[in-house]
Design a protein around this ligand. Sequence first.
Ligand code: TRP
Length: 348
Amino acid sequence: MPGMPRIFSGVQPTGELHIGNWLGAVRNLVHLQDTYESLICIVDLHAITGAFYEPAQHAGRTRDLAIGLLASGIDPDRATLFVQSHVPAHSELMWLLNAVTPVGELERMTQYKDKSAHLESIPAGLLNYPILMAADILLYRADLVPVGEDQVQHLELAREVTRRWNAAYGAGSAVLPEPQPLLTEAKRIIGLDGEAKMSKSKGNTIGILDSPEAIWQKLRPAKTDPARVTRKDPGRPEVCNIFDLHKYFSPPETVEQVAVNCRGALWGCLDCKRVLADNMAATLAPIRERAAVLAEAPGRVDEILAEGAERAGAIARETMATVHDRMGFLRAPAPPVQRRNVEPTAGP
Ligand code: TRP
């Protein structure tokens, strides 16, 4: 929507959209569509530096994430939902930004240090990952970037890269606007182990498309207050992750009832989890239904992504034209339109 401030958000296609992603980020993006011109990008190029990347799964995971986002309420009529690799300018701008990004800054990134620490040979992609992120954002001259705490440092680097590019090629003006973080209420969803942040790498997740039975099977062994050794021990809801999850999925009366029944040892942990499982399944049911409909229509999903890439591509081309001009490149020749109808000369 022209006139609204623009936000850019990147989501990695790692294979499963879980309730941690949903509560922490996706639901927020759905709300932001009302007030911002939203670009939501499935960052398949970033994903190839990650631990979950498998070529055979890559396309499927990309489409599945699109389905998950659409089913969660991303509205393709309002938001631009697209796949990063479908707009080649992301990689192109990244290369240009390489020229103004200090290696020292990249090496300081916490995520880089964590991910490279145990590697004998570090792929350059792991180091350069934040430059691609900067390119994502700058390509659309986004005003704001919704970020969780784990990405704040990367956004700060993107801002630094923007300042350096503007200083080198902007002739004193902010040709590329410095993106601002849109910090949202930090929701750190703890996984079923009751310890670490919910994440696929920890195997402590519940998928937003999990069946009611699967939800129950995962919740059943989940960690609760360790002080409750037997059913008769009074529990402490304030230290129990299951109680926290109730706050997101159960109505306030139930949350209240859970607290009372836990403290008074009126319910066992399994009783409490049973109620949570039912409420979680009920909350996620409409998303599951919409996802099932979309999964039956992969052509429709691809069409939405094609429209998204078209819209995003148009903005990206404008930015690239400016960037190329400012950096002094010879104008590219106009695309050879006629050639489209020419048959390939050598067949297989
Ligand atoms: N690195 C982000 C993450 O892992 C994903 C991402 C890629 C992103 N490009 C972005 C987020 C641009 C915000 C803006 O979550």
